[in-house]
Design a protein around this ligand. Structure first.
Ligand SMILES: NC(=O)c1ccc[n+]([C@@H]2O[C@H](COP(=O)([O-])OP(=O)(O)OC[C@H]3O[C@@H](n4cnc5c(N)ncnc54)[C@H](OP(=O)(O)O)[C@@H]3O)[C@@H](O)[C@H]2O)c1
Length: 329
């Protein structure tokens, strides 16, 4: 079978290769084997290949934080899934044609779910959901400000905020995105700039915003803090700039603005496996009914992993880059 390995940490498109390896074999008791139908290339996967992610396993390493697969075989004692079921995998190393994992690590998803959206279910939808629920106790009618609003997470935040009766002010790098984000449900859109706080106050009529979401980091974190009311919270959850968050001292000292962070694993760990399964069932249902989706620019075969990584590394994409390791989906 084929899988992607990185032989060194460095530029993703240079260090990753599609290699032939032995098949995963038959499932043992309590195990499941599934064929990987699709996986996305997420920013965290790029950091993983570069060696700057929080996990840096010995080489060669297999990237891939998420995927969707179809169960090929279930071992003795497995009752939750049967061959043919679609699943997502809570474990890593998914950039491969086949995976053999513990049955408790797979979560069944509905037959008939769009495979591209299903491939992106594991990480970004719960990230958007839990950042809106677990950081600040927001009431319907309140505003949330976020940067990278055209990212997959940003678009999901727009949809999920709307479902909860929250309003969003959405910060992007170019005005050309305003139309599509407003069509998605964005209440206001602004282009990032040094005077972001003023722009956001103008756009929202001076709303007292208590939650700001930041995935750019560096000085952008400070600009999000400028948008918040006194006592507000900046939640930083990514670093598209590659920098650490920089917040002017006036924000915490004079205005009581606090900086916190989000990592999906930390927030899922506060929940039981039953609650996690229920959360994914709800998100899968929202994909099925069309409420949640993220655009996909292109799906590549696994043999073209380097071309896929080259494109995933570029800005101004029309959507996610996906890979279908077992043929077109
Ligand atoms: N902490 C967690 O648990 C967690 C979970 C999921 C995702 N995340 C983070 O969430 C962020 C978005 O992920 P995604 O999968 O939704 O991303 P995505 O769909 O691949 O989109 C990437 C976004 O980043 C923007 N961007 C790229 N380089 C930038 C830069 N130098 N400055 C400002 N913006 C830049 C792009 O804007 P353009 O279109 O203008 O290029 C685009 O909006 C990432 O930082 C990711 O690591 C964190």
């Amino acid at each position: 079978m084929k899988r992607v390995e990185i032989g060194a940490y460095g530029v993703p498109a240079e260090v990753a290769a599609c290699v032939e390896v032995a098949d995963v074999g038959a499932p043992g008791p309590g195990e499941v084997v599934f064929d990987v139908l699709a996986f996305p290339i997420n920013p965290a996967d790029m950091w993983f290949c570069r060696g700057s992610y929080r996990l840096k396993p010995p080489l060669p390493a297999i990237p891939g934080a998420e995927c969707i697969g179809r169960v090929a075989a279930a071992g003795a004692g497995v009752t939750a899934v049967t061959p043919g079921d679609l699943v997502i995998n809570l474990q890593r190393e998914n950039w491969a044609q086949r995976r053999r994992v513990k049955a408790e690590d797979v979560i069944p998803v509905p037959a008939g779910i769009d495979l591209k959206q299903g491939a992106m279910l594991r990480i970004n939808p719960p990230t958007a959901l839990l950042m809106l629920s677990d950081i600040v106790d927001l009431k319907p009618g309140e505003w949330v400000v976020q940067n990278v609003a055209n990212s997959a997470v940003g678009r999901l935040v727009i949809r999920l905020a709307r479902t909860r009766g929250l309003k969003t002010v959405n910060v992007v790098r170019r005005e050309a995105l305003f139309g599509e984000l407003k069509a998605l449900g964005a209440d206001q859109c602004v282009v990032d700039a040094p005077d972001l706080g003023e722009r956001v106050r103008t756009a929202t009529g001076g709303a007292a915003i208590r939650l700001g979401l930041d995935a750019v980091s560096g000085a952008a974190t400070g600009r999000i803090s400028d948008c918040l009311a006194d006592g507000g919270t900046v939640c930083t959850y990514g670093s598209m700039s590659g920098e650490d968050p920089l917040v002017p001292r006036a924000a915490p000292i004079y205005r009581g603005v606090s900086l916190t962070g989000f990592m999906l694993g930390r927030f899922l760990a506060k929940r039981s496996l039953e609650q996690i399964r229920a959360l994914y069932a709800d998100l899968a249902a929202q994909i099925m009914n069309g409420n949640l989706s993220a655009p996909v620019e292109k799906v590549y075969p696994i043999e073209d992993i380097r071309a896929a990584l080259t494109r995933a590394d570029q800005g101004e994409r029309a959507g996610k880059i996906l890979v279908a390791p077992n043929g077109p989906i």
